[in-house]
Every structure is written in structure tokens, then in C-alpha cells.
Write a protein that binds this ligand. Structure first.
Ligand SMILES: [Zn+2]
Length: 378
């Protein structure tokens, strides 16, 4: 499932165990903001040297993005407080993005995670405002903090606009969830508000551009377009959730389980894969399942050792296999497959492997159900 915003980039470190990334597109916005700050400082303080204009431009720009990370970190820390994992924080062309491991469990959590961001930006705005007003002695400090308090204030206000995926949209979703008690309905409301907001921004942006403000107008329209695709994506995620709700592992697993014996060599196994096109097998010994072997596992062994390596040595032993139970909801299975980055897992009932469940089977079934609707259901 494509994400509207990037998931990774250049790692720059970890804070509270959360990896922070710079996406390639971030360098564009960093350059633009630095250049515009340098221009602003040059016209407001012609007495400074060019080196001072540049240096303060870069430093202020860095502090701005540190503020964005601070904003994303506050969302993340509230999520961690509720034991919701946070995978990463990424800076990209439209700002920051905290990748939260799963949806909140209830309306209160959703609301608290969302509101933490704008509150942290308002807090920073307050700190920089104090800096701007109490460091009159140093022109450079007050010039930088003068810009930083305004931009953080703007960031808080913009993020409070009530359209998903902005924080305001999440706050709206939290409130709607609390009122209706229905997560799906709440997401639809917040996404619709988000789409409306996005169309409004695209319209205003184009109008500005046609009236001479090319750069500002196009930028507004671009952010609107980004918000639109993110709002549409959140709609899609809700569709996935409601489509897979009630489906259990045994409803979707394949019951025919390809097996191979443990004394087979890896060389022979690869031929078996080439012959049948199946990439994952249960390894048996004395008629009982003892492990699992995949093409991915085979590739971990150097090519010239394939002939002399048995499946017994290369397989994942049965006690280390991630398995599903027949009653486990498919949504949970899919989440585990994605988190562990594996493609399939066996379904085990009372010590017996009764089926296999694969990521692409789930996605194919999802696609079919979304295409034909719920025709097949009673
Ligand atoms: Zn936020």
C-alpha cells in the first residue's frame, strides 16, 4: 500500500529510541527556507556582513527543522505512553511525519496524540517570543527568534485546521469517535473535512497564482494536493479495515501445504522451487513437521554450499516459526506479517499445520472484495 509520504531516507540519529530520517525531498525545502531567510536578514539588517546573513540563515533554518522534530516527538511520546509503537520520524518537503505503529485504541488516545503536536509548537512559539523580546542586546538572537516564534505559531495554527491528515483532523476524528463510538464513521468525517480543506487550498493556491503570486500560490496548491492524496489514502485504509473485519485466518488460508523432507539438499530444493513456482515449504522429518524453508532462507546460504547443505541445517526450526491460529483475525495476521517483514506464516492448530497464509493472498482477497463489493455475503 503506497504511502502518501515517504517512510525513510538518510538516518541522522535516534531520540528516545525513535530513528530520525531526512528524506531526499527535505533538502529542497531546507535550501528554499535558508535562501529566503538570508534574503530577509540581508534586507532587514544591511549592516551585517554577508557571512553573518548566511550563517544566521542556516542556523535559523536548522532550528526551524529542530522545532518540527520537537513537534513530531511530542506526538510520538504520547503514543509511546499508550504503548503504541513509533517506527520513525521523517523530515520531508512538506514538514515532518511520525510513523505511528498502529491506530489508537480509543477516542481519548487519538485526541491526546493529535493535540500534543500543536501544543508543543505553541510552547516553542512562546519560548522564541520570550527570546525575541528579552534578548534586545543581541540583534542576531532577536532576529532569529523573531522569525522562529512566528513560524512555530503558524505551524500550530495550520496544524489545527480540522481536516485529516492534519492534527486538527485527527482531533476532529477523536471527538467524532468519542461522540459516535464508531471509528470508521469518525475517519470518514475527518477525511471528508480533509478533502474539503485540500480542495479549498488548491483553489486558493491557483487563484493566488493567477493573480501574480506564482510561488506562494503554487506552493499552497501543492500542499493542498498532498493533503488530498493523504485524505484519500486514509479513506482507503478504513475501507481495508472494514473489509477485513470479521475475516479469520482459516477463512482465507490455503489448505494445501507443500512439504519437502529435511534430508533434501538446498540445491535440490531450489530445483523444486523452480519446478513448482512455490517459494515456501514445510520441512518434514519422520512424517512430522520440523521447520519451514523459503527461497529467502535459501539465499542466506552461499551459492557454492547449496549442494552440501541439508534443509535440516538451513530451515527455520518449528519452535521459531511465527504462526497464526485458525481463529486469529486476518487484520492481526496482516499486521504481524508487515511488522516482522515476512511474506507468509503457517496456521497451526493443536500442534498440526493446517494451512498457510500469505501476504499476497490477503491482498488479492482484499482487492477482489473491494472490486465486487459484498455481493457474495448473505
Ligand atoms: Zn502534528
Amino acid at each position: 500500500m503506497a504511502q502518501a509520504a515517504p517512510g525513510s531516507g538518510i538516518p541522522i540519529g535516534r531520540i528516545f529510541g525513535i530513528p530520525i530520517y531526512l528524506h531526499a525531498s527535505w533538502f529542497i525545502i531546507f535550501l528554499l527556507i535558508t535562501l529566503s531567510l538570508r534574503t530577509q536578514f540581508t534586507s532587514q539588517h544591511p549592516g551585517w556582513t554577508p557571512a553573518q546573513h548566511w550563517m544566521l540563515g542556516i542556523l535559523t533554518s536548522v532550528l526551524f527543522f529542530a522545532s518540527v522534530i520537537f513537534h513530531e516527538l511530542s506526538h510520538s511520546l504520547v503514543a509511546l505512553h499508550y504503548r503504541i509503537p513509533v517506527k520513525s520520524i521523517t523530515l520531508f518537503v512538506f514538514g515532518g511525519l511520525a510513523r505511528i505503529g498502529r491506530d489508537a485504541s480509543n477516542a481519548r488516545q487519538e485526541f491526546s496524540i493529535a493535540i500534543a503536536g500543536p501544543i508543543s509548537s505553541l510552547f516553542l512559539a512562546g519560548c522564541f517570543w520570550l527570546g525575541a523580546h528579552f534578548f534586545h542586546g543581541n540583534e542576531m538572537v532577536s532576529a532569529a527568534s523573531g522569525w522562529l516564534w512566528q513560524i512555530n505559531g503558524l505551524l500550530a495554527v495550520f496544524n489545527l485546521l480540522p481536516g485529516f491528515p492534519l492534527d486538527g483532523g485527527r482531533i476532529l476524528r477523536g471527538i467524532a469517535w468519542g461522540v459516535t463510538g464508531d471509528f470508521t464513521r469518525a475517519t470518514q468525517i475527518a477525511s471528508s473535512a480533509g478533502k474539503l480543506l485540500a480542495y479549498l487550498m488548491i483553489f486558493v493556491g491557483i487563484w493566488q497564482a493567477l493573480n501574480g503570486n506564482w510561488v506562494g500560490g503554487l506552493w499552497t496548491a501543492f500542499i493542498g494536493w498532498f493533503l488530498l492524496s493523504a485524505a484519500q489514502e486514509s479513506f482507503a485504509q478504513v475501507a481495508i479495515r472494514s473489509t477485513l473485519t470479521g475475516v479469520r485466518a482459516e477463512d482465507i488460508m490455503t489448505r494445501d501445504i507443500p512439504t519437502v523432507t529435511r534430508d533434501m539438499s538446498l540445491e535440490e530444493y531450489v530445483h523444486e522451487v523452480l519446478r513448482t513456482g512455490r517459494r515456501c515449504h514445510i520441512v518434514t522429518g519422520a512424517g512430522r513437521p520440523v521447520g519451514m524453508i523459503t527461497m529467502h532462507g535459501a539465499r542466506l546460504v552461499p551459492r557454492d554450499e547449496w549442494a552440501n547443505t541439508s534443509l535440516q541445517a538451513a530451515m527455520l526450526p518449528i519452535d521459531r516459526i511465527q504462526a497464526a491460529s485458525p481463529e486469529e483475525p486476518v487484520l492481526a495476521v496482516l499486521e504481524r506479517l508487515q511488522n516482522e517483514d515476512i511474506n507468509q506464516m503457517p496456521v497451526i492448530s493443536e500442534g498440526q499445520i493446517v494451512g498457510m497464509i500469505a501476504r499476497d493472498t490477503i491482498l488479492r482477497m482484499l482487492q477482489t472484495r473491494l472490486q465486487i463489493g459484498h455481493l457474495a455475503e448473505p
